[in-house]
Design a binder for this molecule. Structure first.
Ligand SMILES: NC(=O)c1ccc[n+]([C@@H]2O[C@H](COP(=O)([O-])OP(=O)(O)OC[C@H]3O[C@@H](n4cnc5c(N)ncnc54)[C@H](OP(=O)(O)O)[C@@H]3O)[C@@H](O)[C@H]2O)c1
Length: 294
């Protein structure tokens, strides 16, 4: 295997330690703890696991981490009322409504109801606009995690050609916005691919840094990667696995063994981008708390 395997867990641990240090400084200075409330509607087991992990991670760095669990029959108005109450609560600096919501609820309307200064998911239109305008307030956590991995690994992003496969509002588009910026870990030439891209392999083979976020296991093969490229696999798909206690395992988009022969560095799944997501969410909560006292 030629590629260096990027240890996302270790980078995330470093980021969390930095945040824990800053949180204790913040508390000492201002006498308040940065706080995040996660709102979850319904009983999707995977979402409950994610929410518990976020609550625990917040508490581990010294933040207030709360969860509001609402039944699956919650009405749009009840959910909006919960959001309004959190908007008005000065002890809560970050609000996150766990997505996906049950079908009868309008996700976009809920995101728009969150006070943009507490929108630590970075999905409110005001925050999307600020990111693309070069004045980022909150970038969504996963793309921020990808950028931080590149910085921590010493990957030269400036002037590089980054190809992103996937154009979701959560990953592909905000990552393009971040890497098009002028700061550290940015200034790249960015191509964003999707299902309308004519010849995906021709695009990905031009990448110095290839980021895949399709959610389709096996969609990036060795012949799609330029020798010595850096490959970041955002994809996380549960596939049944009877040998696991949980009954499933997580796989990425990338055919790991094949691509690791060609790339110079690669993130594994699990243990690559995944751990960075919660770390960068905590980073956003800390930024929200700092802004609230500025
Ligand atoms: N590690 C983490 O913390 C984390 C966080 C967020 C997401 N994820 C994972 O990342 C993956 C993507 O998430 P998402 O929310 O961005 O998913 P999404 O909303 O389903 O978007 C997938 C994107 O991939 C594109 N795509 C799918 N198949 C393709 C193909 N064969 N060729 C080219 N483009 C293709 C789609 O194109 P169209 O737009 O044309 O349909 C779409 O833009 C999922 O596996 C998700 O679980 C992981």
């Amino acid at each position: 295997m030629a590629a260096r395997i990027i240890d996302g867990k270790a980078i995330a641990a470093k980021v969390r330690q930095e945040i824990a240090d800053e949180v204790s400084e913040f508390k000492a200075q201002h006498g308040v703890s940065p706080g995040i409330t996660v709102v979850i509607v319904g009983d999707d087991p995977a979402s409950h696991v994610y929410v518990r992990n976020k609550e625990r991670a917040a508490q581990q760095v010294g933040m207030e981490g709360d969860v509001i669990k609402l039944p699956s029959g919650t009405s749009q108005e009840q959910l909006l009322q919960t959001v309004r109450e959190l908007n008005a609560d000065p002890a809560m600096h970050g609000i996150l409504v766990q997505i996906p919501l049950p079908d009868h609820l309008d996700e976009d309307a809920v995101v728009r109801a969150i006070d943009p200064r507490k929108d630590v998911d970075g999905l409110h239109p005001e925050n999307v606009g600020l990111l693309f305008g070069g004045q980022t307030r909150f970038a969504p956590a996963t793309p921020q995690g990808v950028q931080r991995i590149l910085v921590e690994e010493g990957v030269e992003v400036r002037g590089s050609h980054v190809v992103i496969v996937g154009r979701s509002n959560l990953v592909g588009k905000p990552l393009a916005g971040l890497l098009l910026g002028r700061g550290k870990g940015a200034n790249a030439t960015v191509t964003v691919c999707h299902t309308g891209t004519k010849d995906l392999g021709a695009e990905t083979r031009r990448a110095d840094v290839l980021v895949s976020a399709t959610g389709i296991p096996g969609s990036i093969t060795g012949d799609m990667v330029k020798p010595s490229a850096v490959v970041i696999d955002v994809g996380t798909t549960r596939v049944p696995d009877a040998s696991k206690k949980s009954g499933y395992r997580l796989v990425g988009d990338v055919v790991f063994d094949e691509v690791a022969e060609v790339a110079s560095a690669i993130t594994p799944v699990p243990g690559g981008v995944g751990p960075m997501t919660i770390a960068m969410l905590l980073h956003n909560v800390l930024q929200a708390a700092k802004a609230s006292v500025a």
